[in-house]
Ligand binder design. Sequence first.
Ligand code: NAD
Length: 499
Amino acid sequence: MLELSVTSVPVFISGEWREIPDVATGPVFNPSRGEVIAEVPMCGKEHVDLAVEAAAEAFPAWRDTPPVERARVFYRYCQLVEKNFDRMCASVTREHGKTLAEARGSVYRGLENIEFACAAPTLLMGDTLEEIARGVDCETMLQPLGVCVGITPFNFPAMVPMWMFPLALVCGNTFVLKPSEKVPLSANLIVDLLAQAGLPKGVLNVVHGGRECVDALLTHPKVKAISFVGSSPVARHIYETGTRHGKRVQANGGAKNYVVVMPDADVPRAVEALSTAAYGCAGERCMAGSTVIAVGPASERVLPALVEAARAMKVGPTDVAQPQPDMGPVITAQHRDRVLSLVASGEKEGAKVIADGRGIRVPDAPNGFYIAPTIVDFVEDKMTIAREEVFGPVLNVMRMEDLDGAIEAANKSAYGNGAAIFTNSGKAAREFKHRVKAGMVGINIGVPATMAMFPFTGWGESFYGDLHIQGKEGVQFYTQQKVVSTRWFGDGVGDVWKK
Ligand code: NAD
């Protein structure tokens, strides 16, 4: 069993945890303290080859394991995840910095993906039609692809990998996971639990590293499909390189999500939802509500309450059992500085900071990577802070005269992950859901991230590919269809089937 307190991070190949000596390493931080807690190896082609070979070797036997037996491994996995839930959440909090409540929420979302995967025997059923012509029947079969790869970001260390490998594996594929080098410990933990659930050797493998490791996976001839979640420029690189090398690719990118508040909205509920949407996980969410568009007089009611809520939030270290803060740090000092420079660019381009979290001091954890909730008002769509994903606890405010202006502003974004509206008008909500260019829409819901049974449907530069992660589209992504047409002749067998 894997120990959580490791300082060097092993890879998992052919069912064995292995240290990788003599390669460059990268630091893994506890962002609450600004301390290095582990060193992650930067694997290259040699280690990728070993992992892919292990997965390729394990594929025929796993493919031929009946789906009910494959699902049984995942039923046991669900139980192990529940049993180790607190340990997993502590790991997520320690290396990512999100609060324990946020870590719990994210691990639950991951668990729901495993529960969904347990339905594989039903999800993998094909269709049949008798008599497509006289004496001819037709059926579809869903068969696995082979070796699939998952490349994941830092912001959900356990959940995003769980979006991928449970469904890929239960569909009969084998898998190589490359977690974010910033948060490799929780990924190792969830993989170790699956090994304990009885997954055969080589079916799931883990390598660690950065670009070199990813590029070796993208171009490996035995890799059939790639699931990616991360920033848009990298998503695009993954999609272009992967497809050029003949692989099936689904690549989720970054986001900029707009939340429209209409004058008739329920203000206290909208403010509560907006504060969670903007500052939850310190704003490091692809479904973060990063821009509020106040329509007409809504700004007068909403903005003072938003500023008050932002100032009331307690920010501090999350790696303590009690008391937990409302918000933790961002992932690294470098990322904090990028967020700060985007706020500064907003000011320079004419926006106004109305809640300023930049100078925060956290005496208990002076070296942690903190920014308190920040609100930037009078943002206009040409500004850098309006266009670029900030990925920190920063809420932009735009003001529009009417719903048409709000929808137009939201639709100018190159991204298209999520969008939400707060209103009591069914007509306004209907108009919004019909016209807004985003894949996931919330009506009086601040973070309309989809659950495991629905696809995670980013649009625009938030997604490159055809079949999204999760739900039935996920099953389609991890399988290929075979259509079998059958005719049997009676002649020559002595008509034994006739009375
Ligand atoms: P990132 O793009 O920097 O890294 C993601 C993964 O790609 C990591 O495993 C990393 O090692 C690898 N990588 C980084 N640079 C690479 C390169 N040049 N070539 C090949 N591989 C490379 O993203 P991040 O900072 O870890 O995560 C934050 C981003 O992820 C945000 O943009 C966020 O919106 C996005 N995200 C999107 C979703 C979604 O579903 N759309 C969900 C979560 C996070």
